[in-house]
Design a protein around this ligand. Structure first.
Ligand code: AVJ
Length: 307
C-alpha cells in the first residue's frame, strides 16, 4: 500500500473523517486555485499584493542587499515577481516545493524574467527541515518568504512547529516575511470561500476526482457537496465535503462507509489577530519587527526577525 493511501485511509477512519489539503493540488486543483485568487470575493490575494506593492521600498530596505529569498512554495505569484523585481543587488531566490515539475517550470520562468538573479530551486517538503543550496556568492542574510497566509492551513500546533523550522532556516541575521490573514467580520471571510461562481466548490470537489484517478478510489463525486463555515471560537474557516447520501466508497479490499450528511474535513484556513500571531512568532524565537496592513485591516504582511 502506498504511503499516500495509508495516510488517506487513516484520515477516513477517524471519528471525523479528514483528508489533508495537499491532495487539493493536482494540476486541475492548482489551476482552480489560481482562478480562486482572481475571484471578487476572495480578498486575500489582491489585498496582500496591494500591501506588498504599497510598502515595497520599506520591505526591500529591511531585506537589504545580497539577501537569499527562500520561498516556501513554488512561487509563481505576482507578489513574488514584484518582490524579485525590487530586491537589491546580488539577491538569490530559493523556491522550495514538493512538486518537482511545477517547481522547475516556475524556476525556469523566473530565471528568464530576472537575468542576473541566481535561482536555486529545492525539491523538498517544507513542513520538515531541509538543506539549503550553496549560492555562488555567500548571502548576507536568509529571508524566509511565506506568502498567501498558507500558514493558516495548519493547526496551531503544526503552525507553531513550522515557525520553529523557519527560525532555523533563517539562521543568524535572518528574517521571516509572511502573509497572515486577519480575523474580521465572519461574513466577509465566509463569502471568500463560498463564491457565487462556485469555483471554490469545484476546487474542493476536485480532490475526490484527483483521488479517484491517482489512488484508485471510486468516490461518486456528484453525491458530495462543498461546505465552508467560519468557526468564530477557533478563528478558522472549516471546509468540508458532505456526502448527500449514505454510501460505501471502495478502494481494493477497503470499504469506507458514509452516513447521509456525513462530512470529510478537507481544509482549515486559520485567521489571526495581530496579538495572536505575534505570540506564535515569539514562541518560535522571532520578534515581529514590522506589520503592514491594508486600510480595512483585512490582511497583514509581517516582517519577523531573530532578536
Ligand atoms: C492557499 C491555504 C491560503 O486558505 O485561503 C482558498 C486555500 N481554499 N479557497 C486559503 C483556499 C479555498 C488558501 N490557502
Amino acid at each position: 500500500m502506498s504511503a499516500a493511501l495509508t495516510e488517506i485511509l487513516a484520515g477516513l477512519r477517524l471519528p471525523e473523517k479528514m483528508i489533508s489539503p495537499k491532495y487539493l493540488y493536482d494540476e486541475r486543483g492548482s489551476q482552480l486555485f489560481d482562478e480562486i485568487t482572481h475571484l471578487p470575493e476572495y480578498y486575500p490575494t489582491e489585498t496582500e499584493l496591494g500591501i506588498t506593492m504599497d510598502n515595497m521600498p520599506e520591505i526591500c530596505d529591511l531585506i537589504g542587499k545580497r539577501a537569499s529569498l527562500i520561498e516556501y512554495g513554488s512561487g509563481s505569484s505576482r507578489k513574488t515577481r514584484a518582490l524579485l523585481d525590487s530586491l537589491q543587488q546580488q539577491a538569490v531566490y530559493v523556491p522550495v516545493d514538493i512538486s518537482e515539475d511545477h517547481l522547475l517550470l516556475s524556476a525556469e520562468k523566473i530565471r528568464s524574467e530576472h537575468p542576473g538573479l541566481e535561482v536555486l530551486p529545492v525539491v523538498a517538503d517544507f513542513t520538515r527541515p531541509f538543506d539549503l543550496p550553496d549560492p555562488t556568492i555567500m548571502p548576507l542574510r536568509n529571508i524566509v518568504y511565506f506568502p498567501g497566509s498558507t500558514i493558516g492551513n495548519f493547526t496551531n500546533d503544526v503552525a507553531q512547529e513550522l515557525l520553529g523550522f523557519m527560525y532555523q532556516e533563517a539562521g543568524t541575521d535572518g528574517a521571516l516575511l509572511i502573509g497572515v490573514d486577519l480575523q474580521k467580520d465572519p461574513a466577509i471571510i465566509e463569502r471568500a470561500y463560498n463564491d457565487s461562481a462556485g469555483v471554490t466548490a469545484q476546487f474542493n470537489l476536485n480532490m475526490l476526482t484527483h483521488l479517484n484517478r491517482e489512488i484508485g478510489f471510486d468516490f461518486d463525486v456528484s453525491s458530495f457537496t462543498h461546505s465552508a463555515h467560519y468557526d468564530t471560537d477557533e478563528g478558522r474557516m472549516e471546509i468540508r465535503l458532505i456526502s448527500e447520501k449514505s454510501q460505501v466508497v471502495t478502494i481494493g479490499d477497503e470499504h469506507i462507509e458514509f452516513d447521509d450528511g456525513e462530512s470529510i474535513l478537507t481544509e482549515y484556513s486559520h485567521k489571526y489577530t495581530l496579538e495572536g500571531f505575534a505570540k506564535m512568532a515569539e514562541l518560535a524565537g522571532f520578534a515581529v519587527r514590522k506589520v503592514w496592513t491594508d486600510a480595512d485591516e483585512l490582511f497583514s504582511v509581517q516582517y519577523c526577525v531573530r532578536p
